[in-house]
Design a protein around this ligand. Structure first.
Ligand SMILES: NC(=O)c1ccc[n+]([C@@H]2O[C@H](COP(=O)([O-])OP(=O)(O)OC[C@H]3O[C@@H](n4cnc5c(N)ncnc54)[C@H](OP(=O)(O)O)[C@@H]3O)[C@@H](O)[C@H]2O)c1
Length: 359
């Protein structure tokens, strides 16, 4: 890829090289690819780049708290460039100061704003000339008994007469699916053309243990993370030819703001009929602030795997899933066992449905 730099400036078409001069040659993956066009101090230096972790640019959604914030800091500590998104700069002032202080860049984005996703990603792409690692981290959960999403029964008193009105709406269903599936999909679509052209790139989709195992009260959230996981599997197969890697991260319960930020179904009319859902709420409320997962360690594991660095680094592109936390590992093992049990228990029936003329 050809890139441009004004000597003394810092903007390259594809990468920033801090402090570079027109006489510099940049060794990229052991190759020197620079060509000096002329000796004038304002001349253009053309540099051919190939992907290198040295200048990797990370785009992380939801850096105002939790895993996103820690990933941003740790990626910066690793020497990567980070562009992080927040919804509200005032609310995240402290985190922004920390990220910017460490050399990161903040952009404002509500990932449920479709137009803004493409616009902000395109703007971010220009900041350092490219994005190498897209981390779809931002998310939240809509929790409730599934029968309660979403219809509302309104009682209207009209004179002496009593009228009951039921409003059916998929508003909450759509909001959850958009937040945890639609929005990551949009940002991935924004990233793919450049990844494909450059034949490199990494997509990290933060799923959940709920993306492999649905529990009561979390049905809608689980649906959105299952969607993200199925989509990620197919995506990985499509983009493999372009050397683009997809990593699905499955955190268990981490001590972030996550349990404090869940959105309850507008209707709770039917919760009383679903003791398992109520039990989940009781557990979450008791668990908030006491979750076993250490956010700093969780973020470190993600950065290590997504960057191809560290103990498990070489797994990027090999292992697609990164379960995080003992609780997630236990749930994943139970899920695998229950799937295996179902497969074994039904095998003869499952294999009995082909046309008779097929072997
Ligand atoms: N912590 C856990 O136990 C756990 C478990 C499984 C999966 N996860 C997943 O991990 C990811 C990170 O969550 P976390 O645990 O770090 O929780 P968190 O501390 O609540 O952070 C969530 C982040 O997402 C952002 N966000 C929420 N809605 C957004 C929107 N519409 N547009 C842009 N940003 C938005 C939040 O920004 P604001 O500050 O503006 O709200 C915040 O930065 C999520 O995808 C979550 O589903 C977490």
């Amino acid at each position: 890829m050809l890139a441009r730099k004004r000597a003394g400036g810092s903007c390259l078409g594809s990468k920033i090289i801090p402090g570079a001069t027109i006489k510099d040659k940049y060794s990229v993956n052991g190759r020197e690819d620079s060509k000096v066009a002329n000796n004038d101090s304002t001349c253009t230096v053309r540099v051919a780049f190939h992907s290198t972790s040295m200048f990797e640019v990370w785009f992380i959604t939801g850096v105002s708290s939790g895993l996103g914030f820690e990933m941003a800091l740790q990626a910066l500590q690793q020497g990567f460039r980070v562009i992080g998104t927040v919804r509200n700069k005032q609310r995240a002032a402290k985190e922004i100061t920390a990220i910017e202080g460490a050399g990161g860049t903040i952009v404002v984005l509500d990932i449920t704003d479709a137009e803004a996703c493409y616009r902000v990603f395109a703007e971010a792409d220009k900041i350092h000339g490219q994005i190498d690692v897209l981390v779809n981290n931002a998310g939240a959960s809509y929790l409730g008994a599934l029968e309660d999403f979403t219809y509302v029964t309104i009682t209207i008193y009209w004179g002496a007469a009593l009228t009951c009105k039921r409003i059916d709406s998929d508003e909450e269903v759509q909001a959850q699916m958009d937040l945890c599936f639609g929005a990551p999909y949009r940002l991935i679509r924004a990233a793919l053309p450049s990844y494909r052209r450059r034949r490199t790139g990494t997509i990290v989709n933060i799923s959940s243990s709920a993306g492999i195992d649905g529990i009561a009260a979390c049905g809608l959230y689980a649906a959105s993370k299952f969607a993200l996981e199925g989509f990620s599997e197919a995506l990985a197969r499509e983009v493999e030819v372009y050397n683009v890697k997809v990593v699905i991260v499955e955190p268990g319960a981490f001590r972030t703001n996550f349990l404090g930020a869940y959105i309850r179904s507008k209707s709770t009319t039917n919760l009383v009929h679903y003791p398992a859902a109520q039990a989940s709420f009781d557990k979450f409320d008791a668990w908030s602030g006491k979750q076993p997962g250490d956010t700093v360690k969780g973020a470190a594991a993600i950065v290590r795997v997504a960057s191809g660095k560290g103990t498990n680094g070489p797994q990027v592109g090999k292992a697609m899933r990164l379960p995080l936390g003992n609780d997630c590992v236990a749930r994943l093992e139970a899920k695998i066992k229950s799937m295996k049990d179902d497969l074994d228990g039904n095998r003869s029936l499952s294999e009995s449905t082909n046309h008779d003329d097929l072997k």
